[in-house]
Design a protein around this ligand. Structure first.
Ligand code: NAD
Length: 359
């Protein structure tokens, strides 16, 4: 039996602008980061939303948003009492908006606003998930809030917003998409619906990620990658994730390794571990056939090798570090933090749906 919630209305391309143009006479709070407010990207929204709307900006979102940032957003939420909240940016800004909405609902500070998510990276899928990842800097860990209240009402997908994403962020976020699709495919909550989304996501990613990396202005590739990202988000919102994410959250919370990069570094190790279960290995192999990385008659292990080879090839083409040590992290400090990271990874919400249990 599957439990699939489809709530978010997706507005893509030209429709996206038309939808935003139709918003009139509302109190709106936009949540973004300083980079997007200072480089003018947020004028995409403020220019469109000029018809009688009262627009306020909270631009204090930071990569791996903290409890403190969400707290200062809550104060603004209480002052503005917005009818609409718009999360504008990468996963960090959208998750900040989600954190602010979540805690203002818990504290009953305001009436529930309409929540619109406008992604400017193609990675997290946060525009269609009920998750928000908030960092606790004191405990050096990331925490997952999961609630239907923060599943966006509308996702505005305009790929032109992603044209300016730099190469390293394109690489990291692109590998985040691949991790979402692969983890969702083998997660304990996977079902026919999430499988279809994950398969399509990988199919689109294979056609577009390197194109986006090589030429950031390739709008067709950026469009496909944005679709791949949202599809993978729908897949994991339904199926759950696994140990790849539960460990990546600790690497991000402890050493500020960008989320997609942490996922990418772990991915082949997690696949290898998951394949200690023959059933999971067969599932990866079936996926490899579906996305034309392997032939149906191939042995499962060879089909899985094709997936792992693809991951290595993508990372090398995009000049990504392949281990934590390549990032210049001090080995002694890493070893000192290891026990805390392992303890937190085992308590991370994503661990609940990991397919191959730790013996
Ligand atoms: P990010 O939001 O941290 O952004 C990375 C950098 O790219 C930032 O400096 C940002 O200013 C910049 N940027 C964003 N859009 C840009 C653009 N169009 N042009 C140029 N620069 C741009 O990165 P992310 O990978 O999108 O999000 C990561 C966060 O999302 C992490 O905190 C992670 O834990 C979380 N996450 C959430 C979910 C979810 O379902 N809620 C899923 C996966 C990850």
């Amino acid at each position: 039996m599957s439990n699939v919630t489809m709530k978010t209305r997706i507005q893509e391309g030209k429709q996206a602008r038309e939808y935003l143009k139709g918003i009139k006479n509302k109190r709106i709070l936009i949540v973004c980061d300083k980079f997007l407010s200072e480089n003018g990207a947020v004028t995409y929204l403020t220019d469109i939303l000029c018809s009688g709307n009262a627009v306020e900006l909270f631009d204090k979102a930071i990569p791996d948003p903290t409890i403190q940032v969400v707290g200062s957003g809550l104060c603004m939420m209480y002052q503005v009492k917005p009818e609409i909240v718009i999360g504008f940016g990468g996963g960090s800004a959208i998750d900040t908006a989600k954190g602010i909405i979540y805690f203002s609902m818990v504290k009953e500070l305001v009436k529930k606003p309409l929540f619109i998510a406008v992604p400017t990276t193609s990675g997290t899928g946060s525009e269609v998930t009920q998750a928000s990842v908030i960092t606790d800097p004191d405990n050096k860990s990331k925490h997952l809030i999961s609630s239907d209240e923060i599943l966006p009402d509308v996702a505005v997908l305009d790929p032109t917003l992603t044209l300016s994403v730099p190469q390293a962020v394109t690489a990291n976020t692109g590998m985040d998409v691949l991790t979402h699709a692969l983890e969702a495919y083998v997660a304990t909550g996977a079902n026919a619906f999430s499988d279809a989304m994950a398969e399509k996501s990988i199919e689109l990613l294979l056609k577009s990620l390197l194109g986006c990396y090589k030429d950031g202005n390739d709008l067709k590739a950026r469009t496909r990658m944005q679709e791949a990202s949202t599809l993978a988000g729908i897949a994991f919102n339904t199926a759950g994730l696994g140990i790849n994410h539960s460990i990546a959250h600790q690497l991000g919370g402890t050493f500020h390794i960008p989320h997609g990069l942490a996922n990418a570094i772990l991915l082949n190790h997690v696949i290898e571990y998951n394949c200690t279960s023959q059933e999971i290995m067969n599932k990866y192999a079936a996926l490899a056939v579906k996305v034309q990385l392997a032939e149906a008659k191939e042995d499962s292990r060879d089909a899985v090798k094709a997936i792992k080879g693809l991951i290595t090839a993508l990372m090398r083409c995009m000049k990504m570090p392949e281990s934590v040590m390549e990032l210049g992290i001090d080995r002694m400090e890493y070893e000192k933090q290891l026990k805390n990271m392992v303890d937190n990874a085992l308590m991370d919400a994503c661990f609940a749906t990991t397919p191959t249990k730790i013996a």
